[in-house]
Design a protein around this ligand. Structure first.
Ligand code: NAD
Ligand code: DAU
Length: 350
């Protein structure tokens, strides 16, 4: 069946993998990538597929109701997969308002556009909102987040995502808008912007710069290869039951320090350095304010009901990721110039 789908945030890290998957797997679908191209949006991420006939790019801000209404009128989408967001916790601590604007007001603007466009006939339509495990708060040493875990966001970023999740559910209950939500754990892989732990560390190791570890490095994250997240989004978009939420995770918990030590070993091998060379760059720095201790996703529901599970082991995925960054030096050099340098100097006092 032919479909027209608007994917927001398609020029970003996860969005670019989702756009690539949909454009190549579903040649009969028309895919519209709607993105403002903030510092995190990069059309280079889609160079390999941007000439395909079923792909279109629209530069637009999701908070601009008039422009969003025009785009919905122009394409009359059957589906929206909404990834556009401000996504970096540290930036939310220095500039919360931008997160409320994009993540809350932007999501509401899209919900209104979908509701207007689908008024009177919601059959076959879907508004699919991509969210994060951070809405559930912080775990102690045991336990996992399920779809029933009460929300307890603790950073301006996670509070803005929680708020957007609530609005999406409110539109389902109040206006019967057909929705799905998924809450995923930490992604890693190609095209990840080097403000986040793994790509920042790869870049610093490559350039013999200190690897900044917040606090004692004992915080735990559950890592999932980004292509596996894109596969889960495909499954939920096509098979997810309307109104339902699905947790997505890797069953792959690492303390930051253990992860970075593994990354250092891989980088030593790839760069032909003596074992232990890169680990000397590890530098403990001031902790993130309100730093959540541990995230862990219970992904039983999506496995049981939709048959999805991660395909890649972490060691293999991390090695693939390092290979990609070393082979795509130009991509990395392009994104770490200009504004990135200013951000880095301010965030890390150097
Ligand atoms: P990203 O920061 O790499 O990309 C965000 C994209 O959104 C960029 O292309 C940017 O240009 C675009 N954008 C930002 N503001 C916009 C606006 N006002 N209008 C239109 N476009 C705008 O983010 P990501 O890491 O790819 O995350 C994508 C989504 O997945 C987010 O909603 C995030 O909350 C969620 N998520 C991320 C992770 C993760 O580990 N990265 C995990 C779970 C959920
Ligand atoms: O859990 C899903 C979330 O994962 C997504 O919703 C967010 O969009 C995404 O950015 C990510 O959030 P985190 O805060 O977990 O990711 P980040 O890469 O910023 O940090 C990972 C861990 O590493 C965290 O415990 C903080 C720590 N860290 C991070 C940076 C940037 C450091 O120790 N040093 C650093 O320089």
């Amino acid at each position: 069946m032919k479909k027209t789908i608007i994917i927001t945030g398609g020029a970003g890290f996860i969005g670019s993998h989702v756009v690539r998957l949909f454009v190549t797997k579903y040649p009969d679908y028309k895919i519209i990538n709607l993105d403002k191209l903030t510092y995190a949006g990069n059309l280079e991420n889609l160079r390999d597929i941007d000439q395909l006939p079923n792909y279109t790019f629209e530069k637009a801000d999701i908070t601009d109701a008039k422009r969003i209404g025009e785009i919905f009128a122009k394409y009359q989408p059957d589906g929206v997969i909404h990834l556009a967001a401000e996504s970096h916790v540290d930036r939310s601590i220095t500039n919360p308002l931008e997160f409320i604007q994009t993540n809350v007001v932007g999501t509401l603007t899209l919900l209104n556009a979908a509701r207007d466009a689908w008024k009177g006939n919601m059959e076959g339509k879907k508004f699919y909102h991509i969210s994060t495990d951070e809405v559930y708060g912080s775990l102690g040493e045991t336990g996992m987040f399920t779809e029933e875990t009460p929300y307890d966001p603790r950073s301006p970023y996670s509070a803005s995502k929680a708020s957007s999740d609530h609005l999406v559910r409110a539109y389902y209950h109040t206006y019967k808008l057909p929705i799905n939500i998924s809450n995923c754990s930490n992604n890693y892989g190609p095209n990840h912007f080097p403000e986040k732990l793994i790509p920042l560390s790869i870049n610093n190791i490559k350039n013999n710069k200190p690897i900044p570890i917040y606090g004692k490095g004992e915080n735990v994250r559950d890592w999932l290869y980004v292509v596996d997240h894109a596969r889960a989004i495909d499954v939920i978009f096509h098979k997810g039951v309307i109104g339902e939420t699905y947790n997505i995770g890797g069953h792959n918990e690492w303390t930051n320090i253990k992860l970075i030590k593994l990354l250092c070993e891989i980088m030593d091998k790839k760069l032909g350095r003596a074992p232990g060379t890169s680990a000397k760059l590890i530098t403990y720095v001031t902790d993130r304010a309100g730093h959540d201790l541990r995230y862990a996703i219970d992904a039983t529901k999506i496995k049981r009901e939709l048959g999805w599970e991660p395909s890649l082991q972490f060691e293999e995925g991390l090695e693939k990721t390092v290979d990609w960054y070393l082979a795509n030096e130009q991509w990395l050099n392009n994104v770490v110039s200009g504004d990135y340098e200013k951000y880095y100097a301010k965030q890390y006092n150097r």
